[in-house]
Design a protein around this ligand. Structure first.
Ligand SMILES: Nc1ncnc2c1ncn2[C@@H]1O[C@H](COP(=O)(O)OP(=O)(O)OP(=O)(O)O)[C@@H](O)[C@H]1O
Length: 575
């Protein structure tokens, strides 16, 4: 196995995002885990988050899992949530934050952005389906035979054409099969699982769930971050509009009583972060007996050392149907091989594996640039780039929470309207920051890995990796915040020769696969740091191009059916 340590307990000295327990701890720790890099060790001056926002205080509403600015460990925050800390009376003041309800009018529910000029190019991406007896892909929404209400909702959402992951996943899920699907960022994985689940529910004649102290949802969807789980909920609410299916979202950093109140009113689809989910199950507000669908979005993260133990607990909870009796669905843009192997415990042995393009590959609609920038020059370079960009929405990724504060403050001082999101900010602040960024009030969002996965924000034209992440998977997810749904985007990464050399090799691979220019200097570093037999210094594996079970049943472009699989999976090779 590669250097990634799976299912290890969190080390107290690490300093990363919490619920979004970071990939960097899986492998090499490249900069140590200091929240501030040595070169940037100016004192935090407090400062502006958004043009008029006060300095991050780290205290406030008493969210014990969020308000520990300076505590240094975002992973500790994750732990405190995952272990039920925030609901425990002994762990500090109660969390009181109640997120504002989302707008209820139909226009807001169905608000969407336009697909981009490259949307049709999705059809040319090669799709591989492995496993026995895969049902044929569908080419149109009509072929899915969904009920009229779902079709209306799809139309109101502005979807006219299926994306490749939808063409393959929808019939597989409709056929009742377990699925592990890997498709590039921004290519519609959320609808790929929501639509067939809703179709099943409607077909089975689901009845409206009513007020009850113990709710028994049919579907649980878990994802690694609060903002992502909320986004999935909004998608579920959109597609279930006009049906009796009730979706509910619960996540950490909010008042537990609020989560309970949402649940007891009725719950068919529960979207949750793992910590809050386990809390609520522990409080016997959710029973698992009726679960028919378990979805792990960002599944490689959900099975990684941070969340893996929670997920194992979830599937062993009393009442949870065995994998033979439920349908388990996993989606991500990246799927390291060793995580695919771990997934076996959750999936039926005959699960199908769908790979759209290369597993772990970057979205080709993102133009990637890698610049050699030393630590001491990064801030100056950032300002130069942001001034050229003007008001276009830009996400700037840094490696630590303190650095996010520091850079956001610095940019505000430079009169660049900036906000920030990271695991030490209170949930209220995180949501405010995302809102300010979404609406363009603050066109620059400085973020840690908490915002790397899944977030679908209109018009993000640029991603800047002020610090490169320590794994290539993380890089792929970060740059995937732009170039979504056929739109184009740009990613600029600062490569520091002092600390990023271990990334050179996988970076060259990602750039090459996405048909991007590879700087000669980067190739040289990749060559000079090449270690034969070393299975990927940062990903912890070689690039998986196939199902780890090895057998391939088909190779096809997205427009064609793939079911006529020659011969399939060598299940024996699975262990
Ligand atoms: N068939 C479709 N037609 C038009 N728009 C679509 C279609 N499918 C998805 N979208 C839109 O594309 C955007 C990206 O979809 P989504 O967030 O599901 O991507 P994803 O594959 O889950 O990305 P990530 O890997 O970053 O999580 C969303 O705004 C979604 O509404």
């Amino acid at each position: 196995m590669g250097p990634r340590n799976l299912f290890l307990t969190n080390s107290p000295e690490s300093s990363n995002d919490c619920e979004d327990n970071p990939t960097r701890n899986r492998g090499f720790s490249k900069r140590g885990d200091n929240d501030l890099d040595p070169d940037e060790c100016m004192q935090r001056t407090g400062g502006l988050f958004g043009s008029r926002r006060p300095a991050l205080s780290g205290t406030g509403n008493g969210d014990t899992s969020q308000s520990r600015s300076g505590s240094g460990s975002e992973r500790d925050s994750w732990k405190s949530e995952a272990e039920g800390g925030e609901s425990s009376d002994t762990q500090g003041p109660k969390v009181t934050y109640i997120p504002p309800p989302p707008p209820e009018d139909e226009d807001s529910i169905f608000a969407h952005y336009q697909t981009g000029i490259n949307f049709d190019k999705y059809d040319t991406i090669l799709v591989e389906v492995s496993g026995h007896d895969a049902p044929p892909a569908i080419l149109t929404f009509e072929e899915a035979n969904l009920c009229q209400t779902l079709n209306n909702n799809i139309a109101k959402a502005g979807y006219t054409k299926l994306t490749p992951v939808q063409k393959y996943s929808i019939p597989i899920i409709l056929a009742g099969r377990d699925l592990m699907a890997c498709a590039q960022t921004g290519s519609g994985k959320t609808a790929a699982f929501l639509l067939p689940i809703l179709a099943h529910m409607m077909h089975d004649g689901i009845t409206a769930s009513r007020f009850k102290e113990l709710q028994e949802p049919e579907c649980i969807i878990v994802a690694p971050t609060r903002e992502l789980v909320n986004q999935i909920y909004l998608e579920a609410r959109k597609f279930s509009f006009g049906t009796c299916v009730r979706a509910v979202v619960i996540y950490g950093g909010t008042q537990l009583g609020h989560s309970i109140r949402q649940i007891v009113q009725g719950c068919n689809i529960l979207c949750a972060t793992p910590g809050r989910l386990m809390d609520i199950i522990g409080k016997e507000k959710i029973g698992l007996k009726q679960i028919k669908y378990l979805v792990l979005d960002e599944a490689d993260r959900m099975l990684d050392m941070g969340f893996g133990p929670e997920m194992k607990k979830l599937i062993s909870c009393p009442g949870m149907p065995s994998k033979e009796q439920r349908q388990t669905l996993m989606f991500s843009a990246t799927f390291p091989e060793e995580i695919q192997r771990l997934a076996a415990e959750f999936l039926k042995s005959n699960y199908l594996f769908v790979a759209v393009g290369q597993v772990g590959g970057a979205c080709r609609d993102v133009q990637q640039t890698v610049l050699q920038v030393g630590q001491f020059s990064k801030r100056e370079k950032l300002v130069e780039i942001l001034r050229n960009i003007g008001d276009e929405r830009t996400m700037v990724f840094v490696e630590t929470k303190k650095k996010a504060d520091f850079i956001a403050t610095f940019l505000c001082q430079e009169k660049i309207s900036t906000t920030s999101i990271h695991g030490d900010r209170e949930q209220r602040e995180r949501e405010q920051a995302l809102g300010d960024f979404r609406c363009g009030k603050c066109p620059v969002l400085v973020a840690t890995s908490v915002a790397a996965r899944g977030l679908d924000i209109e018009n993000v034209q640029h991603v800047i990796n002020f610090d490169l992440p320590s794994t290539i998977d993380e890089y792929v997810h970060r740059i995937g915040r732009t170039g979504r749904c056929g739109n184009t985007g740009r990613a600029i990464s600062f490569f520091d020769l002092e600390s990023d050399n271990h990334l050179a090799q996988p970076l060259v691979k990602v750039l090459t696969d996405a048909q991007q220019d590879v700087p000669a200097w980067l190739e040289e570093i990749a060559f000079s740091t090449y270690i034969p037999g070393f299975s990927g210094s940062t990903r912890g594996n070689v690039f998986a191009s196939v199902d780890t079970r090895k057998g391939k049943s088909s190779l096809n472009t997205a427009g064609f059916s793939s079911s006529q699989a020659p011969n399939p999976v060598d299940d024996e090779s699975w262990d």
